[in-house]
Design a protein around this ligand. Structure first.
Ligand code: SF4
Length: 339
């Protein structure tokens, strides 16, 4: 009986997803092959070599620390030679086109190159906690998630471990990796890192957080964030274009942009949507997120951050959606649409 129920909910999930996302033929790919399957062994080896080179004088993200991580030195992200993995599991909280009915195979990396004072994952992103993994060890985790039926492998906060991701992917590809890879990022990425990922990543999922340098400086200690994020997201779009799905509605390839609406920052949201629609495309797929809550430093020092020491109001989320529609965007993650 339990099996029947499970099969029933899977087929309902399949029908619902296909009906919602795959009904516009312009955004459907019928014969999908992950891009990395087209790389030759020589091209993969060259990427691993470049990754090792990058680690000797780290400029993997816009912090440009220049430290030698091959010898264990650390910079702002506090991550040395190997990546730290906080958790790896089937995630059912991601967007419909990623979670499908078997979940998105999510790998959360510990530590981060941003310092968001409201981080909801601060116990992972700001504390050195997790399992240090070599490339082959990380490859084994990737392949386990694939073997267990995850629709994709989803690297969360990979900006500071791009070279290590390249190493692990090269090992996993040689052992039969064949699901799409999701690069789930704050968008504080260097162009060099994204060029290294070109040909490995099919789905980029940047969270475009702030538009104003002053806001980015105060809330994430990165005043260059807006400029770097624009460059990074434009590069992602150049590589993979707008989001496309298979006939089953599962994401195959393209850019899916998230934006977490912050209290009192509707103007920044509107500027971000305007830029996405004009610099990228009105067909850009967007998840307007309304689940902001005060955490981490905001919760510890509410007087210092009193402007964001509250949840986002439903009216603010509605205003953000309205701004997105006004900008010309129309492809949204439908779970949270206000209409
Ligand atoms: S990845 Fe880490 S060490 Fe490298 S530049 Fe960024 S913050 Fe600095």
């Amino acid at each position: 009986m339990a099996t029947l129920l499970l099969l029933g909910s899977e087929s309902i999930g399949r029908r619902r997803l296909a009906g919602k996302l795959a009904d516009d033929p312009r955004f459907v790919i019928h014969e999908f092959e992950p891009c990395y399957r087209r790389l030759t062994p020589g091209e993969l080896a060259a990427k691993v070599e470049a990754a090792h080179r990058d680690l000797t004088e780290c400029r993997a993200c816009p912090r440009d620390c220049g430290v030698n991580r091959m010898t264990g030195e650390t910079g702002t992200c506090n991550t040395g030679r190997h990546a730290l993995v906080a958790s790896a599991f089937h995630h059912f909280g991601e967007e419909d086109c990623l979670r499908g009915w078997n979940g998105s195979g999510t790998i959360f990396f510990s530590l981060c190159n941003l310092r968001c004072v409201f981080c909801q994952n601060w116990d992972i992103s700001q504390q050195r906690d997790g399992l240090e993994m070599t490339g082959p060890e990380l490859a084994a985790v990737i392949l386990r998630l694939q073997r267990e039926g995850c629709h994709n492998v989803n690297f969360v906060t990979p900006e500071h471990v791009v070279p290590q991701v390249v190493e692990a992917m090269a090992a996993a590809i040689a052992l039969g990796l064949d699901v799409p890879i999701v690069y789930n990022t704050s968008a504080y990425d260097s162009i060099e890192s994204l060029r290294l990922m070109e040909g490995l990543i099919d789905i980029y999922m940047p969270d475009f957080k702030f538009w104003e340098p002053g806001t980015a400086r105060r809330l994430a200690r990165a005043s260059d964030y807006p400029e770097r994020a624009r460059e990074a997201i434009a590069e992602m779009h150049r590589q993979v274009g707008v989001l496309k799905v298979g006939p089953d509605g599962l994401a195959c390839r393209g850019v899916l942009v998230r934006h977490l609406v912050m209290p009192g920052c509707e103007g920044e949201a509107a500027a971000i949507f305007e830029w996405l629609a004009t610099a990228l495309s009105p067909d850009t797929y967007v998840n307007v997120m309304g689940q902001y809550r005060p955490e981490y430093k905001v919760a510890e020092k509410p007087d210092r951050y009193d402007d964001i020491d509250r949840r986002t109001l439903p009216a603010e989320v509605d205003a953000a959606f309205f701004a997105a529609r006004q900008a010309g965007l129309w492809r949204f993650d439908e779970r949270v649409l206000p209409w």
